[in-house]
Design a protein around this ligand. Structure first.
Ligand code: ADP
Length: 573
């Protein structure tokens, strides 16, 4: 008995020592989205020790979902295509697009550093060689990979590889809950909750807040904008505004919190966003009566309002084979089963259940408008492209909360500011967690530009600030201890199991490593592509993040989610 007490005491002491051991780095980055990863790479390249805390069990945040591209002015790729553009024109477009609410200094910094940031990303292995026209942009400046794939899916792995090659650790499942400060109000570290629910503290000389926006937090966005109560979201589940709350708690000023962008063209079941470059290539929108109702190249807010004013509150995005062939992103959407097609405009109208003659006449009059470069009906002057190559295609679209323009106030050094304009020492922020760059409306392509330019700047500033105080050797929380504590929760192994889906059986492989569910792959299923995409994108990551099947089913895919839950439960038990 005595022996056991001694052993227990010894164990308690070891555990206490482990908990008390200093977790430290020069720079702690909170959030492994685009801004956080750019900051981490830059800070490491500038000589700082870095650790990234990520509350989800995967990186990428909203960044991985971004579609269109990265705006930049005066790039080598624009020059190669003979496109004349300049930071001045980009500034003007951004200010006008943002209803002149943006902070002009932040906008200038972004535009003037955009081309250099494209070069920086190219150096990291990112292909941004294709340039497209975006809505609200005077010149074509939306950069993306050749073939036009959705940018987030290309950029995120490139950034992750760069973290990996630099040996930068991302602590997954680690949710920052508090910014620690000294008596002067300067930030001294971060407190977080790890995978096991245990509180862990980090000491550092600089913190980069890169937690993204609050588009997935209905309570928070409806508090600032009651008219958006009940809106769906295109955001990933981690976009809950934590960084804004943590910064506000230590005195940060917030700006433009009621400026929330609803994306006009979101497919309602999968929440897939249809980039405006589809319209930039000539696509039009019609309502359920088969008629156009707006200049499709106007800004997102105007288009969202216009769609909600239509009967049924949705529209169809219409394009043809020429556009489909040109855009890999649309081909991916086709694979997902969200595209309706018809060999002729009348056949497409029939498939959609809208008036065939009205729709066919609408396509015809659009083509005439393109030919005469005179869209008398809606005065559209950009993205004029003929719709004449069958098959014709349509995707149903309606608005959802897409982007939160407001957030913590920063200066061009990414320092977080108080109401009185003073900077909170040692605290930097970049990306969607900040406000001021996009003012009253964000132009498509400006989000990736923002997170890359300011993410990189935050990394640079945070590293310089930290190193000026003397470097801290990297000491990470007991990553191993975390795994050990989790061990025994589930039994390690790779399990194959069959579950009942909505349309038939699903074969599922569940991987458990270190006691944690690390991967869930559906090898075979008969669900519709659209429903499966929603399950794949939202449900599976939520299970991995929660390490439990006790997560909400995806709206519209309840039966598929239930089938998957039961299958996984049978494995875990
Ligand atoms: P940005 O575009 O600004 O980079 P993202 O949405 O792409 O924003 O990424 C933000 C990341 O921050 C997401 O991966 C999200 O899960 C993570 N995050 C949000 N809140 C916290 C938190 N409290 N602790 C750790 N990570 C967080």
């Amino acid at each position: 008995m005595k022996k056991m007490v001694v052993l227990a005491l010894a164990l308690a002491l070891v555990l206490a020592a482990a908990t008390a051991s200093a977790n430290q780095a020069d720079v702690v980055v909170i959030g492994a989205g685009g801004a956080g990863m750019a900051a981490a790479i830059q800070a490491a390249d500038d000589g700082a020790t870095v650790v990234v805390l990520e509350k989800m069990n995967y990186a990428g945040g909203n960044t991985v979902r971004s579609e269109g591209g990265m705006n930049a002015a005066g790039t080598v790729y624009q020059a190669a295509m003979g496109i004349e553009d300049s930071p001045e024109v980009m500034i003007e477009d951004t200010m006008v697009g943002g209803k002149n609410l943006s902070d002009p200094e932040l906008v200038r910094f972004m535009a003037e550093n955009s081309a250099a940031t494209v070069d920086w990303l190219t150096g990291l292995g990112m292909d941004l060689s294709e340039v497209a026209q975006g809505a609200g942009a005077t010149n074509a400046r939306m950069h993306r990979s050749a073939g036009g794939a959705k940018i987030g899916g290309v950029l995120t792995p490139v950034l992750m590889k760069n973290l990996e090659s630099r040996g930068i650790t991302i602590l997954y499942g680690t949710c920052a809950t508090r910014l620690d400060t000294d008596e002067s109000g300067a930030v001294t570290g971060v407190t977080a909750t790890d995978k096991t629910g245990t509180e862990v503290s980090f000491t550092c000389n600089s913190v980069v807040l890169a937690t993204g926006g609050f588009g997935a937090n209905e309570e928070q966005f409806a508090a600032y904008r009651s008219d958006l109560k009940g809106f769906s979201t295109t955001n990933h589940p981690g976009a809950t505004g934590d960084g804004i709350v943590m910064a506000q708690a230590i005195g940060a000023a917030l700006v433009d919190m009621d400026q929330i962008q609803t994306n006009p063209t979101v497919e309602p079941v999968t929440h897939i966003v249809l980039s405006e470059s589809v319209r930039g290539n000539g696509a039009i929108m019609v309502n359920v009566e088969g008629r156009r109702f707006v200049n499709e190249m106007l800004t997102r807010d105007v288009l969202s309002t216009a769609i909600l004013e239509q009967p049924e509150k949705y529209a169809y995005l219409i394009f043809d084979k020429r556009i489909m062939d040109k855009m890999e992103a649309l081909q991916q959407d086709y694979e997902m089963g969200i595209v309706t097609e018809g060999e002729t405009p009348a056949a497409l109208a029939q498939a959609l259940g809208i008036p065939e003659d009205v729709f066919a006449a609408q396509v015809e009059s659009w083509n005439q408008a393109v030919a005469s470069e005179n869209d008398a009906a809606f005065e559209r002057t950009t993205g004029l492209g003929t719709l004449s190559d069958g098959p014709w295609y349509a995707i149903q679209v309606s608005p959802a909360v897409h982007y939160t323009m407001g957030g913590v106030k920063i200066n061009t050094n990414t320092q977080v500011l108080r109401e009185d304009g003073s900077a909170i020492a040692n605290l930097y922020a970049a990306g969607e967690v900040t406000g001021g760059v996009h003012g009253g409306n964000r132009l498509g392509g400006n989000a990736v530009c923002d997170i890359m330019v300011f993410g990189r700047q935050a990394g640079m500033q945070a590293a310089a600030n930290a190193l000026a105080k003397g470097s801290l050797a990297l000491e990470l929380p007991q990553a191993e201890a975390q795994v050990e504590q989790a061990q025994g929760h589930y039994t390690d192994g790779v399990y194959q199991v069959e579950g009942a889906g909505r349309n038939g059986p699903m074969q599922v492989t569940v991987t458990v490593e270190g006691g944690n569910i690390t991967d869930i792959v559906v090898d075979n299923h008969s669900e519709t592509a659209a429903i499966f995409e929603a399950v794949q994108r939202d449900f599976i990551p939520a299970i991995i993040a929660a390490q439990s099947t006790q997560v909400d089913s995806v709206a519209g895919a309840t039966m598929s989610c239930d089938g998957l839950k039961n299958a996984i439960d049978s494995v875990l038990k």
